[in-house]
Design a protein around this ligand. Structure first.
Ligand code: NAP
Length: 253
């Protein structure tokens, strides 16, 4: 099939962890990639790495929960690389606490980054997708959407990502735009390392303990998620929409 749409992807939270792996994978798949993150130096050097490997990439610093910064970053990617047709809403934070100790700030900051951030990013990018009658949106949910002690803010945000995804699939389907969510289980990144530190458990022990609870007997890697993103944004995945794929080494529901 001849592709008439641009092959330009935006990945948020691409400074490290899962987002950095997704950006590398999409570049290897032939996409020009806009790497967006709070940490602008990390995404600028990430983009340089991709360019030195023969890809096209730009790194832009932003806070995904800030409307003006989101609009400016999407415009910059469109200007430098072409109109984006793939969006991976991956930027995320945790502010864990039991509900009786959780502050207003913990609640607001987590919902702002995940939900408001994904909303602002998607609103800004979908106009390029609908104009080209082709698009792929992938939102990062989590197994925590099903409930997780100490994460009332994060699990609400990640469950929200699933409803957000299904509604995008319904609204944007007629423009040949799909929307799906990936719900990772335990992935070894700075985020899970920070959880181990908060609990006072060495990260290696924390990973070993987690692996014992996972049917495939290992924790996940950022590349496990990047591989699933690569499938969902592919040409051949155009009839997969509104789905939540648990990438957790076993079943979750
Ligand atoms: P990570 O290593 O902590 O990386 C998250 C990235 O998001 C960081 O580069 C961070 O920037 C960036 N970010 C945070 N707030 C932002 C904002 N307001 N605007 C722009 N960028 C922002 O996390 P990860 O483990 O790769 O997780 C990536 C996604 O997968 C998240 O949505 C997370 O909830 C989800 N997830 C992860 C796991 C897991 O086990 N790791 C499991 C399920 C779901 P800074 O570096 O500047 O802070």
């Amino acid at each position: 099939m001849t592709e008439s749409h641009s092959r330009v992807a935006i990945v948020t939270g691409a400074g490290r962890g899962i987002g950095a792996a997704v950006a590398r994978r999409l570049s290897a798949d032939g996409f020009a990639v806009g790497l967006l993150d709070l940490d602008s130096s990390a995404v600028k050097s990430g983009a340089e790495d991709l360019a030195s490997g023969g890809g096209r990439a730009v790194g832009v610093g932003l806070d995904v929960s800030n409307t003006e910064q989101v609009e400016a970053a999407v415009a910059k990617v469109a200007e430098e690389l072409g109109p984006p047709t793939v969006l991976v809403n991956n930027a995320g934070i945790t502010r864990d606490n039991l509900i009786f100790k959780m502050t207003d700030e913990d609640w607001d900051s987590v919902l702002n980054v995940h939900l408001r951030g994904s909303f602002l990013m998607t609103r800004a990018v979908q106009k390029h997708m609908t104009a080209q009658k082709w698009g792929r949106i992938v939102n990062l949910s989590s197994t925590s959407a099903l409930g997780n002690r100490g994460q009332v803010n994060y699990s609400a945000a990640k469950a929200g990502m699933q409803g957000f995804t299904k509604t995008l699939a319904i609204e944007l389907g007629k423009f040949n735009v799909t929307a799906n969510a990936i719900a990772p289980g335990f992935i070894a990144t700075d985020m899970t390392a920070a959880t181990a530190e908060r609990l006072g458990i060495p990260f290696e022990d924390f990973k070993k303990g987690a692996a014992q609870q996972i049917p495939v007997q290992r924790v996940g890697t950022p590349d496990d998620i990047a591989h699933t993103v690569s499938f969902l944004v592919s040409e051949g995945a155009g009839f997969v929409s509104g789905q939540v794929i648990y990438v957790a080494g076993g079943p979750k529901d």
